[in-house]
Write a protein that binds this ligand. Sequence first.
Ligand SMILES: [Zn+2]
Length: 370
Amino acid sequence: MQWSFPVARISGIQVRIHLTFILFLGWIGFRDGMEGGWMSALSGVTFILLIFTCILLHEFGHAMAARRYGIRTPDITLMPIGGLARLERIPEKPGQEIVVAIGGPLVSALLALVFGVLSGFVLPPLDDAIQSWSMLWSKLFAINVGLLFFNLLPVFPMDGGRVFRALLAMTMSYQKSTRVAAAVGQGFAVLLGLGGLYLSAPMLVFVAVFVFLGAGNEAAQVDLKEASRGLRVRDAMLTLFTRLPTDATLADAVDLLLHASQHTFPLVDEGGHCVGLLTRNRLIEGLNLAGPMGMALEYARTDLPPVGPTQLLSHACRVMQEHQSPALPVLDEDGRLLGVFTQENLSELLMMDGVGTGRFGGWLRRLLRR
Ligand SMILES: [Zn+2]
């Protein structure tokens, strides 16, 4: 995730902290410090760090559950609105998804039990030392109970929503169950956001926005996966496009950008080999650093693995996502450029798939497959 920094590596998982989390801690320290001096600032920040340790353990619950199915978790990022474990993939088998989804809440439940015992909520306190810490334990108990129930709300893509999707997927298709779960999740997110506005709780509004966008995003990804099932790169690549010579300047690219609908320009040598891909972001970056006379090749992306025309579309999507690129060059076996595969191609494909369910669907899909 952008603007996040690695802080530790635990059991092969990179723990990262988002910049907004550091600002949040600074704000808590400043606020408490203004009220009650530096001791108060210190205890405020320590308390927040304790809460986020509980959240981190919750995320590790998901990661460890996913590991059972051979799914890696490259990183976990902490943000002011909570933690995010980035799993390599979400298991499509409902049983597995349920286990991964409840791995986190299970940890929160265990933590609640431990703090409940310590604070005397669950069992009477063992001795005076524990009693004097009682306030802290009871706060942490309440927070973990809160985390447990909040995450179990059937709001996709939160944990409870994932369980809901998995339960639906036992009786209907994965795509349909995702759509239903995402719609319910977005409905809840709107209510949550309105609740946050009513209570003037900005954090709740942020969570609502995050959930709303997350649900839409995941549903779109599942739709895309379904639409591209069985299709190859050649079925959706761009074949009519403008190439730039290797000695082109950024001004040449700007000229094309303004006069054509193309946003990504492959740089091709005299033999027809692709040596790089100038994306719109790189073009803007180059213009800022070197001006219009800068060399296009210097700012082109040369790190992108090419894809072949017969490779599966799903593979190309994954490569594009992994390299965070809006496009990929499509090359033949000799490295000559055949086409460009872009994100716009994918959205057009989705549109065709929407049409494809109608009267002329079969014909359109066959045309697309040719
Ligand atoms: Zn969770």
